[in-house]
Design a protein around this ligand. Structure first.
Ligand code: ATP
Ligand code: MG
Ligand code: FE
Length: 336
């Protein structure tokens, strides 16, 4: 079963051809990050314009690289939320046009489900499963009783983890998005600033990163006013240690209350080397029954392959959309 999948929720235009939900025949990613960098964040209008320019080229490239003809496909998958409404609509329009032209069913996919299903390319997912979803716009612990069923057991009360990385990166004068660079600096620095670990002891699975961000900004400003030297590496390491401590602690605790065979680390921040290492170490020592699945780096950030993997499950259940499919910018899983 071959699916064409389209992702355009933010600043990556991506099209993939996926076989049987777990094999990538092609995964074209046209990133716009350079165009947004000078603004220090994603500018929705600029994003939409890039998607319009790139989408048909990406579809052609994905088919050519996979050596697949449209007639061989059995469906067209597309991200319909959450994300930027204008950006989403371009992917949705392209998907509708392609589906209509080739008589294919249209499969609507939740972008966050896609992030989790990136793990399906590593090994088959088994249920129940827990996922730590950490990205630019979301930080949540998701419980999956079965394939295609998503329940949030905890989430951030304010900033997402990736958002916090990007905001403190700005204060350090790094370019957007700064997660990767902070990760690299953290790797050579040490936790000398001891920033707070918000909500780490609270009996819930929620997170908060805005206090950490404020502590970080205050530390930098105070040092600048007093003309004290700032050690970027140590600031990065201290920030990262706080983020990782809280994420790992609460995730391990969640796995104890919701016993699962598999734990998935997903989303753009799952590319973080410190987080990958710390979580796998804790899972080995504290959760011997649990297998941690971490997608390869290129499948952590936004891409259409992950959308194709999530779509495969939806297609099996014949969860198709008609041509009235609209974007849902604030699409969310249910909360328990
Ligand atoms: P969402 O998925 O919530 O809709 P998004 O799609 O914009 O948001 P992703 O593309 O999943 O977000 O992730 C991008 C985020 O990941 C950015 O905030 C970026 O800084 C962060 N990021 C990327 N690499 C790393 C890393 N190595 N360490 C920490 N953060 C990282
Ligand atoms: Mg992006
Ligand atoms: Fe994303």
């Amino acid at each position: 079963k071959l699916l064409l999948a389209i992702e355009s929720s933010c600043d990556e235009t991506s099209v993939a051809i996926i076989e049987n939900g777990d094999q990538i025949l092609s995964n074209i990613v046209a990133s716009q990050v350079k165009s947004h960098r000078r603004f220090g964040g994603v500018v929705p209008e600029v994003a939409s314009r890039h998607h319009v320019e790139q989408i048909t080229l990406c579809i052609d490239d994905a088919l050519a690289e996979a050596q697949v003809e449209p007639e061989e496909l059995s469906g067209v998958a597309v991200t319909f939320g959450p994300g930027l409404v204008g950006a989403l609509l371009i992917g949705i329009s392209a998907a509708k046009a392609f589906a209509w032209a080739h008589g294919l069913p249209l499969i609507p996919v939740n972008h966050m489900a896609g992030h989790i299903y990136a793990a399906a390319f590593v090994q088959p997912l088994t249920f129940p499963l827990l996922a730590l979803l950490v990205s630019g716009g979301h930080t949540e612990l998701v419980y999956m009783k079965e394939s295609g069923a998503f329940e949030i057991i905890g989430e951030t009360r304010d900033d997402a983890a990736g958002e916090a990385y990007d905001k403190v990166g700005r204060v350090l004068g790094l370019s957007y998005p700064s997660g990767k660079e902070i990760d690299e600096l953290a790797n050579i620095g040490s936790d000398t600033y001891h920033f707070p670990r918000a909500m780490i002891k609270e009996a819930n699975y929620d997170f908060s990163f805005s206090g950490l961000k404020s502590s970080f900004i205050n530390t930098v400003h105070n040092a600048e006013q007093r003309n004290e030297p700032l050690v970027k590496e140590d600031l990065a390491a201290s920030f990262q240690a706080s983020v990782i401590d809280v994420l790992v602690e609460k995730t391990v605790r969640a796995c104890k209350e919701y016993p699962v065979k598999q734990l998935v680390l997903a989303g753009g921040v799952a590319a973080n080397q410190g987080l990958r290492a710390a979580l796998s170490e804790r899972v080995l020592t504290d959760l011997p029954e649990t297998t941690l699945i971490v997608p390869p780096l290129k499948l952590c950030g936004d891409n259409a392959a992950m959308i194709g993997a999530a779509a495969f499950v939806e297609a099996e259940k014949e969860h198709f959309a008609n041509y009235s499919l609209n974007a849902d910018p604030s699409l969310s899983f249910t909360t328990i």
